[in-house]
Design a binder for this molecule. Structure first.
Ligand code: MG
Ligand code: ZN
Length: 219
């Protein structure tokens, strides 16, 4: 099965580079967050809100992954944080080597918190370790309840899941209680944050959780 060998080889090579990233991030005293979720779920909008709520306390940097465009990076740059755009030109995930290269364009030693917005996809980004300290997933109530069962690896590896667009929940059949129960079976340790990037509800809880994690790591 040569195809499987090829994928395994790619993942091995990635793991080595991810380990190097981990060392780099540690030496630079930067806490890194891998932000994942499908397109349209509101990753960038959530990120804008988290940045606004933490930027007085922490120096924040962003690596924006996107297939072809720079629109998300332009939005983030408006918040006055150092931002680097990666265009993968069709590649459906970020890998450790690509992130490493992007980091060369950032003042890593000055940054406390680095967000890496991954490509909108729930499959392979879960498999590619970037050397991050935390994996944050964004889903939204408009996508329905079945995501954890369809993409178990991503949900199993997440440290926290932001359930975005809760301002629209009454217009959907999303069942937060059922979702929370399903998640207990898949990944009991994952924190679940109901939130809305539109109304800012829940954002301070996410920011507090991240801030505490960063302070703990820095000790
Ligand atoms: Mg985005
Ligand atoms: Zn991919």
């Amino acid at each position: 099965m040569p195809k499987i060998d090829l994928v395994a080889g790619l993942l091995d090579a990635n793991e080595m580079l991810a380990e190097q990233n981990r060392t780099l991030f540690k030496q630079s005293k930067v806490f890194t967050v891998n932000l994942m979720g499908v397109p349209g779920t509101g990753k960038t909008s959530i990120l804008e809100k988290i940045i606004s709520s933490l930027k007085d306390k922490l120096l924040i940097g962003v690596v924006e992954g996107d297939l072809y465009t720079t629109t998300d990076a332009e939005r983030i740059e408006k918040l006055d944080v150092p931002t680097v755009q990666i265009n993968t030109k069709g590649e459906c995930h970020l890998d450790a080597g690509t992130v490493r290269k992007a980091c060369l364009d950032l003042p890593l030693h000055q940054i406390d918190l680095l967000f890496i917005e991954n490509i909108g996809n729930l499959v392979c980004p879960a498999e590619f370790d970037l050397g991050e300290n935390a994996r944050l997933m964004v889903i939204s109530v408009t996508e329905g309840n079945d995501k954890p069962w369809k993409y178990p690896l991503m949900f199993r590896r997440a440290d926290a899941i932001i359930v975005n667009k809760t301002d629209l929940i009454n217009y959907t059949d999303f069942d937060l209680k059922q979702f929370t129960e399903d998640m207990t079976n898949i990944n009991q340790a994952a924190k679940i944050f109901p939130a809305s990037a539109t109304t800012s509800s829940g954002i301070s809880d996410i920011a507090d959780w991240l801030y505490k994690k960063i302070k703990k790591q820095a000790k």
